[in-house]
Design a protein around this ligand. Structure first.
Ligand SMILES: Nc1nc2c(ncn2[C@@H]2O[C@H](COP(=O)(O)OP(=O)(O)O)[C@@H](O)[C@H]2O)c(=O)[nH]1
Ligand SMILES: [Mg+2]
Ligand SMILES: [Zn+2]
Length: 305
């Protein structure tokens, strides 16, 4: 039978079969997927062939992926791992406060997704706790991200009577949710489908700090064609295997301009002469916030916050 991997704990996989039933699966021997070095490189979202059995079903093949999202495993020295496969969009859950999500973090996730050609959405949660000034700041932020082609929403997962705006965004898609702990991912999941019963609260936030808790992504099904992948425990986001020269390709507002730079695709837009990107920053056509994020990525500073 063909199924979709909902959860992986390393040795067991939870698979949703075509028959809408869930199966606990093991892997027999070593599975390989073309283009990947790891043996048993099964990720959440993978489509697999499996032999359905009462007790222990067995995954026999991993089907070719449409796409995948990589993340850096552990610290700088660690290698990259596949966070999820076959996703339609990445949804960043961010907050202006409690906790504040840095724009650097948001931009690094957007750049990663863009490098895998996966569309992005930003949802700013906890709008209920913002002062009027903070609401204005948030609107400016949303305008900035809309300008670079990102869909943005402001919600209160806790207080909004209806979450229709976000339900529309999720409908009929597989969505990978990324955000720091404490921004309200589990609260949102519980609101979207109360059967999920994800534990929420700030406590897990603190117990996770300082320890290398492994991140296990998990896929939840909202209806027959709507899936959400939650990724608990993400504290930082690093770019994986990206050449300095290619980073501006993943900033949509810079991508178009780079042909106009004197040094063309070799321009890093730092201090080269006749740089169209720097000109655009000076004219405020590219915001200094995005440009600073870009610089910190190219210079490799601060890449992991
Ligand atoms: N004020 C407010 N608090 C929220 C909202 N959404 C979540 N929270 C609270 O923020 C804390 C962290 O939420 P949780 O869903 O566990 O975040 P997660 O770590 O991203 O899964 C909890 O105490 C929630 O009750 C919201 O929209 N407004
Ligand atoms: Mg959570
Ligand atoms: Zn340039």
């Amino acid at each position: 039978m063909i199924g979709r991997v909902l959860k992986s704990t390393g040795s067991w996989y939870e698979v949703a079969g075509e028959d809408q039933k869930k199966y606990a699966c093991r892997v027999r021997g070593k599975l390989r997927l073309e283009g990947y070095r790891e043996s048993n490189p099964i990720a959440v979202g993978d489509r697999v062939n499996f032999e359905a059995e009462e007790e222990a079903s067995v995954i026999t093949h991993i089907l070719a992926r449409d796409n995948h999202m990589l993340r850096q495993s552990v610290k700088r020295t660690g290698h990259a791992s596949v966070l999820a496969a076959n996703i339609d969009q990445v949804l960043v859950v961010a907050t202006v406060k409690q906790p504040r999500t840095s724009l650097g973090f948001i931009d690094r996730v957007l750049v990663s997704a863009e490098s895998f050609r996966i569309p992005q959405v930003i949802v700013f949660n906890k709008r209920d706790i913002l002062t009027e000034d903070e609401q204005e700041d948030l609107e400016a932020l949303m305008t900035m991200y809309q300008y670079v082609g990102c869909k943005t929403l402001a919600i209160s997962a806790q207080e909004d009577a209806s979450l229709e705006s976000i339900e529309d965004v999720l409908k009929n898609k597989v969505t990978l949710i990324i955000g720091h702990s404490g921004v309200g991912k589990s609260t949102l999941l519980n609101r979207l489908s109360p059967d999920f019963e994800q534990s929420t609260g700030a406590i897990s936030d603190y117990s996770e700090k300082g320890t290398h808790t492994t991140t296990f992504a998990e896929m939840f099904q909202l209806d027959a064609t709507t899936f959400i992948i939650d990724t608990p425990g993400i504290k930082e986001w690093g770019l994986v295997d990206m050449e300095q020269q290619e980073i501006s390709d993943y900033f949509p507002e810079m991508r178009e301009l780079r042909n106009e730079c004197k040094f063309g695709s070799r321009c890093l837009h730092i201090n080269e002469p006749k740089c169209a990107v720097k000109d655009a920053v000076e004219k405020n056509q590219i915001t200094s916030s995005r440009y600073n994020s870009y610089l910190s990525m190219v210079l490799g500073e601060d890449n992991r916050k």
